[in-house]
Write a protein that binds this ligand. Structure first.
Ligand SMILES: [Ca+2]
Ligand SMILES: [Ca+2]
Ligand SMILES: [Ca+2]
Length: 378
């Protein structure tokens, strides 16, 4: 797969030059990356007993609640709701009638599109050949292989024997698609830190974050759960990234619990994102918070690019992972209109750029659902 997507020329060749420069810098100054390839470990029979030892502790992605509900529908398959028939379009305009309308994407794009900014998507299951990503990709990094090709659409094998083949396949592709929904002109830098079944180690997360730091990413998206999020090295790196000006957007998780149970969302350096449905009601799977100032975004039955099992596969998917992608795009828009803001000011700005959203009992959620028009006009 090396070079497959890099050879695709989009209309934004200037960015590829920037990325090529970044690669040159990396190749010339990345001794920390070289030689840090750690060996892969067989999945533990009991992954719920995660320990401080990141060597061999497998960390699940924030996967949809019911992976089997994913309707990985190829674009040429009939029987799709006419209003949801994908029109493969580079700027994802096909989506503005769904969640795009809910978050005022079209209106916001009259003010900003994220042009010139880089969003690092640390994830897994990237299909970099998907048409939705054409012209939007920078050179990425693969923390599992220690190479610059993050492509991993799945191998068709149930490697972790959980009964689901390539459980993580397409996850990163879908997250990247959601980023582009909010910010169609950003450059996505795909950073592979999870395998095609959705597992990875803290060491891989660290190396992925190091890469994002080296290229000076403008926004960091982490749609993962991490049992040891407060690992000293991870927190240190997140702090450095935030100090350098990069908002860090994380998914709140899909276990329908208070966010206080999720260490990553407690981090002072991150902005946690929960999911609401098309009525702005908290998704029944979404984590939430009563006090922690998190933000919400559409995350139920989103339509987007999957790329598994085929390059042009589209489908619907639910999860806070994808809500986080939408907010990462929003963070890029915020950076476009507020270059003077610190990363934490971007977080605060996003928390304020919302409409009311509610839980199942009709009570307003702490922060509401992101409104991109407010992001770019406040
Ligand atoms: Ca690779
Ligand atoms: Ca599996
Ligand atoms: Ca597999």
């Amino acid at each position: 797969m090396d070079g497959t997507y890099a050879t695709r020329s989009g209309p934004r060749s200037g960015r590829r030059i920037v990325c090529a420069c970044a690669l040159a810098i990396l190749l010339g100054s990345s001794p920390a990356l070289a030689g840090k390839r750690d060996k892969r470990f067989a999945p533990s029979p009991d992954r719920t007993t995660a320990t401080q030892d990141d060597q061999g502790v497998y960390i699940p992605l924030t996967l949809p609640v019911a992976p089997e509900s994913v309707t990985a529908t190829a674009s040429d398959v009939g029987g799709i709701d006419p209003t949801m028939v994908p029109i493969i379009d580079e700027d994802l305009k096909f989506m503005v009638h769904g969640p795009g309308a809910q978050i005022r994407a079209d209106d916001a794009h009259a003010f900003a599109t994220g042009a010139g900014l880089v969003v690092a998507v640390l994830d897994g299951g990237f299909n970099l050949n998907h048409p939705a990503l054409a012209g939007s990709l920078g050179i990425g990094y693969d923390a599992l292989d220690d190479d610059f090709d993050a492509h991993d659409p799945g191998n068709g094998i149930d490697d972790d024997l959980d009964g689901i083949v390539d459980r993580g396949g397409g996850h990163g592709t879908f997250v990247a698609g959601m980023v582009l929904l909010s910010a169609p002109d950003v450059t996505i830098v795909p950073i592979r830190i999870r395998d095609d079944e959705g597992w990875g180690t803290n060491a891989q997360t660290l190396r992925g974050l190091e890469f994002a730091q080296r290229i000076g990413a403008d926004v960091i998206n982490l749609s993962i759960t991490n049992s040891d999020w407060k690992q000293r090295e991870v927190m240190h790196l997140l702090g450095q990234l935030v100090e350098a000006g990069a908002p860090v957007i994380v998914s709140a998780g899909n276990s329908a619990t208070s966010i206080y149970e999720k260490e990553m969302a407690l981090s002072e350096f991150t902005l946690a994102v929960g999911a609401v449905d098309s009525r702005d009601v908290l998704a029944d799977f979404s984590n939430y918070a009563w006090i922690t100032p998190m933000v919400y975004a559409p995350g139920v039955d989103l339509w987007g690019p999957i790329g598994n099992p085929r390059d042009d596969t589209w489908g619907t998917w639910s999860g806070t992972s994808f809500a986080a992608g939408i907010v990462s795009g929003a963070a890029a828009l915020a950076r476009s209109v507020h270059p003077e803001y610190s990363a934490l000011q971007i977080h605060d700005h996003l928390r304020r750029s919302v409409d009311l959203a509610f839980n199942a009992w009709g009570w307003p959620l702490g922060s509401g659902r992101i409104n991109l028009l407010k992001v770019v006009t406040q």
